[in-house]
Ligand binder design. Structure first.
Ligand code: FAD
Length: 701
C-alpha cells in the first residue's frame, strides 16, 4: 500500500517536473539584463515622478527606448550619466529643468475670491471659472503644493506658489494640476525659444517691449540686489544690455502703469545699472549654452540683429559664423550712434563677451560680392540669417544735391566712427528730424562747427528720441522748423554755399497721425552752409540679393525690405531667415535684437524639427483689458534722474560719454517705484523692503 502511494507520488512529481521543463522552454521570457542594471543605478525612491510605475517600470522604459537616460527626476546628472553608460549612449550635460511660476502676484489690486467651500484650484476653476479678476493668474489654493512629492513648492507670503529650485525635480506634477497654466517646466532652451503668449502674465511694460524682456522680473531682482540674476533674465531675451541700456528709447516706459500716478519707472536706467555693474567688475558672467549640435548657420551682417541671432543660435547649441563687410561688428551701434552716447570701448567689451561663447566671425566679407547663398550652401551652412540693415540713403531729389560738401548723415557718422577725416565745414546744415539727423548735428558741434538742423515739421513731430533733442538744444544746435530744402546753391567750383528752403505750414494729420506739412508759396529763403548733411531716411540695399541675370530668389516688399513671415521670419527660401532693419526698414536696436532671437528660434526649429512654428495665442497687440487709465491708492514718488558726466560747455569739444548710470540709492528708489504689475494686478503703496520672490528662486539655481 505504502509502496504504491510512494510510486504514485513519484509519478506525479516526475510528470510535474516534465511539464515544468517543457513549459519553461515554451513560456520562457527573456529579460534584458540592462533593465536590472539601470534599475540598480536609479534613485530607488519609486516616486513615480517620471511617469512610470516605480523605478522598475522606469528602467524597462529606458531599455525599451520609451524614456531617455534622464528619466529619473530626482537622480540628477550623475544618475543620468550612469544610465547613459549602461545603454552605451554618449552623455552630454543636460539642461537643468525647473518649475517656473509665471504669476508675480504682488499685493493684488483686485484679489476677488469667492470660496463657496471649494478649496482646490481645479474644482474652483471648473465650478466658478476661478472667480478672480485675472483670467490667467494663480488661484491661490495651493493644489500645486499638495501635488509636489518633493516639498519643492510652498505658498509664498503673497499667496502665489514659490518654487525651491534645489528641491524641484521638474517632474511636472505641479504643472499638470494647475488649471491656469501658471506653472510650467522649463529649461534654458524652452525659455529662450518662448514667445510671449496671451496666457502669460504680461505686465504692460512686458507687452510693449519689442525684445519681450521679462521686465518685472529683472526689476525685482535688481531691487533685491541680485544683479547677476537680473542680467540672466535680460540675456534670455537680448544679448546687449550695456548698449541697449544706453540707446534704447524705451517704448516699455510708455506703457508703464506708474505713468498714471507720476512718471513711468526708469526701466532702461535699471537695466543699464545691472549691465554696468557687471562691466565695472571687469569679468563677463558665464553664459550657459546647450550641448554642441555642430549644425552650421551663416549669419550675414554683424549689427544688433545678426549679433542677437548668432548669440541665441550659439546658446541653443549650434555653430554660427557671422559674415560682416565692415572691419568690426556692431552695425549702426558702431558706425551710426556716436561715441558720446555709446563709447566704442563699451561696445567692444560687450561684443567680446558674446563672441567668447564660440561664435565665428569673418570680416571684410560683402554678401553678393564675396559670397552668395549658393557658396554658403556649398560650405555646409544649413541655414542662413540675413540681417544687413538699411544702409541705402534716400535722396532729396532737388537741384544741386550733387554739390561738393553735400553728403548723407550716415556717411558722415561712419567716417567719424572709422576715425577718418570728414572734411566738415564751419557752417553746416543738417536736414531731417530723426536720430540720424540729431546725431549728425551733435557730432558736428563736437567737431567745432556752427550747426543748424532743418526740419519740415515742428519739434513735436520730430521722430528722434526726446533726450537727444534736448541734448542738441543744450549744446547749441539751432533748429529751423517748418522748413523744407528746395535747392542747393553752389559756387563756381561746384561747392555748396547755401541751402534754399521753402517755409511750411502744418495741415491735416496724415495716415501716420502726424500733421502733413504744406509749402507756403513764394517763401523761399537762403541759409548759408559750407557742408550739408541729409538724413531723411534709409532703406535696405537689396541689390546683393540679385544675381548677374537680375534674378532674385527671395521676395522684396513694396517698402523695399526683405519679405518674410511676420512671426517666424522665414523668407521665400525655407532655409533663409531675416530680421532687423533689413526686414522692418529703419527701426530700433531693441527691435533688431528681438528679431534676432525670433529668427534664431525659427532656425533652431528648422534644424531640429523640420520647420518653424509658433503658438496660436501669440501676443501681437497690447491686451486691452490690461491697459488701465488710472491706478488708485499709489502715492507720488520722484523718479531718479541719471547723472550727467560732463557739463554742457565741456561737451561741445569732447566725445566722452554724457550720461552716467544711476547710483545705488537711486536705483533702489527706482526699483521701489515699480508697482510689480501683472495682467490686472499691481502693488498698491508698499514699503521698500517688500518680499523678493523671483530673486530668491533665481539665486538658488
Ligand atoms: P545694422 O545695425 O545696420 O547692421 C547691419 C550690418 O550688416 C552692418 O554691420 C553692416 O556693415 C552689415 N552689412 C551691410 N551690408 C552687408 C553685406 N552686403 N554683406 C555683409 N554685411 C553687410 N536705434 C535705437 O534704438 N536708438 C537710437 O538711439 C538709435 N540711433 C540711431 C542713430 C543712427 C545714426 C542710426 C543710423 C540708427 C540709429 N538707430 C537707433 C537705429 C538702429 O541703429 C538700427 O535700427 C539697428 O542698428 C538695426 O540693426 P540691424 O542689425 O538690423 O542693422
Amino acid at each position: 500500500m505504502i509502496t504504491s502511494s510512494v510510486l504514485v507520488l513519484l509519478g506525479i512529481g516526475f510528470t510535474s517536473a516534465v511539464i515544468l521543463a517543457v513549459a519553461s522552454k515554451l513560456l520562457y521570457v527573456y529579460e534584458d539584463p540592462r533593465i536590472a542594471q539601470v534599475e540598480g543605478v536609479l534613485a530607488g525612491a519609486n516616486c513615480g515622478g517620471c511617469g512610470f510605475a516605480g523605478c522598475s517600470g522606469a528602467a524597462q522604459g529606458v531599455v525599451s527606448g520609451k524614456a531617455g537616460a534622464n528619466v529619473c527626476v530626482i537622480g540628477g546628472e550623475s544618475v543620468a550619466a550612469k544610465v547613459a553608460a549602461i545603454m552605451g549612449l554618449e552623455f552630454a550635460s543636460m539642461e537643468k529643468q525647473i518649475a517656473f511660476v509665471d504669476c508675480t502676484g504682488g499685493l493684488r489690486a483686485e484679489d476677488l475670491y469667492h470660496y463657496r467651500g471649494v478649496s482646490d484650484c481645479r474644482a474652483q476653476s471648473l465650478l466658478y471659472d476661478g472667480s478672480k479678476m485675472c483670467p490667467e493668474g494663480c488661484l491661490g489654493f495651493g493644489t500645486c503644493v499638495k501635488s509636489c512629492q518633493f516639498g519643492a513648492i510652498s505658498m509664498g507670503p503673497e499667496r502665489v506658489p514659490v518654487v525651491d529650485p534645489a528641491l524641484c525635480t521638474a517632474c511636472g506634477a505641479c504643472a499638470q494640476v494647475c488649471p491656469r497654466g501658471v506653472i510650467s517646466i522649463q529649461g534654458m532652451t524652452a525659455r529662450i525659444t518662448h514667445l510671449n503668449e496671451t496666457t502669460d502674465c504680461l505686465a504692460p511694460c512686458r507687452q510693449r517691449c519689442p525684445g519681450q524682456i521679462n521686465i518685472p522680473r529683472y526689476i525685482e531682482q535688481v531691487k533685491c540686489g541680485d544683479y547677476a540674476g537680473a542680467l540672466e533674465t535680460i540675456r534670455e531675451r537680448i544679448p546687449m544690455p550695456l548698449s541697449i541700456g544706453r540707446v534704447c528709447p524705451h517704448p516699455c516706459e510708455t506703457a508703464c502703469r506708474r505713468g498714471h500716478v507720476d512718471e513711468p519707472v526708469g526701466i532702461n536706467l535699471i537695466k543699464r545699472f545691472a549691465a554696468d555693474w557687471e562691466m565695472n567688475r571687469g569679468a563677463h558672467a558665464p553664459i550657459p549654452c546647450a550641448p554642441d549640435t555642430g549644425r552650421k548657420v551663416a549669419v550675414v551682417g554683424g549689427g544688433p540683429a545678426g549679433i542677437s541671432c548668432a548669440y541665441f543660435l550659439r546658446r541653443l547649441g549650434h555653430a554660427p559664423t557671422i559674415f560682416e563687410s565692415m572691419p568690426k561688428l556692431g552695425g549702426q551701434l558702431r558706425y551710426g550712434i556716436p561715441e558720446y552716447r555709446l563709447p566704442k570701448a563699451i561696445l567692444d567689451w560687450e561684443i567680446e563677451g558674446i563672441l567668447n561663447l564660440g561664435i565665428g566671425v569673418r570680416h571684410g566679407q560683402y554678401f553678393g560680392r564675396d559670397f552668395t547663398l549658393k557658396t554658403l550652401e556649398e560650405e555646409g551652412f544649413e541655414a542662413v540669417f540675413l540681417g544687413i540693415g538699411a544702409w541705402m540713403n534716400l535722396t532729396l531729389r532737388i537741384e544741386g544735391e550733387d554739390a561738393d560738401g553735400v553728403a548723407t548723415g550716415t556717411e558722415f557718422l561712419t567716417k567719424v566712427g572709422l576715425g577718418m577725416d570728414t572734411g566738415i565745414g564751419k557752417k553746416i546744415v543738417v536736414i531731417g528730424g530723426g536720430n540720424t539727423a540729431i546725431d549728425t548735428a551733435r557730432t558736428g558741434v563736437r567737431l567745432g562747427s556752427d550747426v543748424t538742423l532743418m526740419y519740415r515739421r515742428t519739434r513735436d513731430e520730430m521722430p528722434a528720441n526726446i533726450e537727444e533733442i534736448e541734448g542738441a538744444e543744450e549744446e547749441g544746435v539751432k533748429f529751423l522748423f517748418l522748413a523744407a530744402p528746395s535747392r542747393i546753391v553752389k559756387d563756381g567750383n561746384g561747392h555748396v554755399t547755401h541751402v534754399e528752403y521753402i517755409k511750411m505750414q502744418l495741415g491735416e494729420p496724415d495716415a501716420s497721425g502726424r500733421r502733413s506739412p504744406a509749402p507756403i508759396e513764394g517763401s523761399e529763403t537762403l541759409i548759408e552752409a559750407d557742408s550739408v548733411y541729409t538724413a531723411i531716411g534709409q532703406k535696405p540695399e537689396l541689390s546683393c540679393l540679385y544675381d548677374d541675370s537680375g534674378q532674385c530668389t527671395l521676395e522684396e516688399t513694396r517698402w523695399r525690405t526683405l519679405g518674410a513671415h511676420p512671426d517666424t521670419l522665414q523668407t521665400a527660401l525655407p532655409h533663409v531667415f531675416t530680421g532687423g532693419d533689413m526686414h522692418t526698414g529703419p527701426a530700433l536696436v531693441i527691435i533688431a535684437l528681438g528679431e534676432g532671437r525670433k529668427a534664431a528660434r525659427s532656425i533652431h526649429q528648422y534644424l531640429t524639427e523640420g520647420g518653424p512654428h509658433y503658438p496660436s495665442n501669440l501676443q501681437r497687440q497690447l491686451i486691452p483689458y490690461t491697459m488701465f487709465t488710472d491706478v488708485p491708492d499709489v502715492g507720488h514718488r520722484a523718479k531718479a534722474k541719471p547723472p550727467h558726466l560732463i557739463d554742457c560747455d565741456e561737451r561741445k569739444c569732447t566725445f566722452g560719454e554724457i550720461e552716467g548710470a544711476l547710483s545705488l540709492d537711486d536705483v533702489r528708489n527706482e526699483t521701489a517705484r515699480c508697482l510689480r504689475c501683472g495682467l490686472t494686478c499691481y502693488d498698491r503703496d508698499i514699503p521698500d523692503g517688500s518680499t523678493c520672490v523671483a530673486a530668491e528662486c533665481i539665486k538658488k539655481r
